[in-house]
Write a protein that binds this ligand. Structure first.
Ligand SMILES: [Zn+2]
Length: 289
């Protein structure tokens, strides 16, 4: 198991933020990776980053970010397959072409997202090509597909490709639930009991599960769509905790767990890793507002 897989969303957001901060943003990005938890939410986050001027990322709770997440911002436009069998049709791309040349309604840039872009018909892809050849200055196009091979070469070669490794590990689902059950029922001073000091894999699983949980709280706090919550069976606790933590303390907790995972991957003694993690988690709990 590679814990880093879990952080790809953050990695992609970091890369993206770097590109926007340095104004080096190519007009068309293609996100590749298999379907699963994470790709859609990353695209939502990125669309919000492009539109929102606060630069606060997924924790931002401004009206722009809330509307992007809710799918009702006029400058963030989604295209997805429709019909049976589902495909993205030439009419949809013509609609995109009509809209993409208009000025943004509110933001500085418009974002067009083509989800499951591999389902574009050949006619649709050829129609899109004209836009890629002359991208409008005030718009960005984000495409998502399992791999670049699912698109015509003429399309893929005009995109900056960002690989998205998706965390897909259904076998760990029961373990994740069990870890979160234990975490929520343990008293603060007993948090060490989550870990098994003989088993480094278990340590990484706990970190991964806790990070997902804190990420859910952060998501809930920022008004993200509930569909994106990983620990769906724990929605009431997530809702309650979202009122107790600040966004900064949640981001801090996620970053801290990331650091602990790195430490464990560098073969630091497992006992030291566990002690540090337990102390950190206690201080996170102590940071409730
Ligand atoms: Zn915002």
């Amino acid at each position: 198991m590679c814990l880093n897989e879990f952080f790809d969303r953050e990695k992609i957001l970091g890369l993206f933020k770097d590109l926007t901060d340095n104004r080096r943003l190519p007009p068309t990005l293609l996100f590749t990776g298999n379907s699963g938890h994470g790709k859609r939410e990353a695209l939502i986050d990125i669309a919000a980053l492009i539109i929102c001027e606060n630069g606060r990322g997924p924790a931002c709770d401004c009206s722009d970010c809330r509307r992007v997440r809710g799918g009702n911002h006029p400058d963030a436009v989604w295209f997805e397959p429709c019909g049976s069998p589902p495909s993205i049709k030439i009419e949809q791309i013509r609609e995109l072409r009509r809209k993409i040349i208009l000025k943004p309604y509110e933001a500085k840039k418009k974002v067009f997202i083509i989800f499951q872009a591999e389902k574009m018909t050949e006619g649709a892809q050829n129609a899109l090509l004209k836009t890629l050849e002359e991208p409008p200055a005030e718009s960005m196009l984000l495409l998502a597909a399992p791999n670049a091979g699912g698109l015509l070469d003429t399309i893929a070669s005009r995109c900056r490709i960002i690989k998205f490794r998706v965390r897909e590990d259904p076998a760990s689902e029961p373990e994740r639930r069990e870890i979160i059950d234990d975490f929520l029922s343990l008293r603060e001073e007993k948090v060490e009991e989550l870990f098994d000091c003989q088993n480094r894999e278990r340590f990484l699983s706990v970190l991964k599960a806790l990070q997902g949980f804190y990420r859910d709280v952060l998501f809930f706090k920022s008004g993200a769509d509930k569909k994106l919550i990983l620990n769906k069976e724990r929605q009431s606790e997530i809702f309650n905790l979202s009122g107790f933590y600040t966004s900064d303390s949640l981001r801090g907790a996620i970053g801290f767990l990331n650091e602990m995972a790195k430490m464990a991957n560098f073969n630091v003694s497992l006992r030291v890793c566990i002690l540090n993690t337990a102390a950190g988690l206690k201080s996170v709990r102590g940071a409730e507002v």
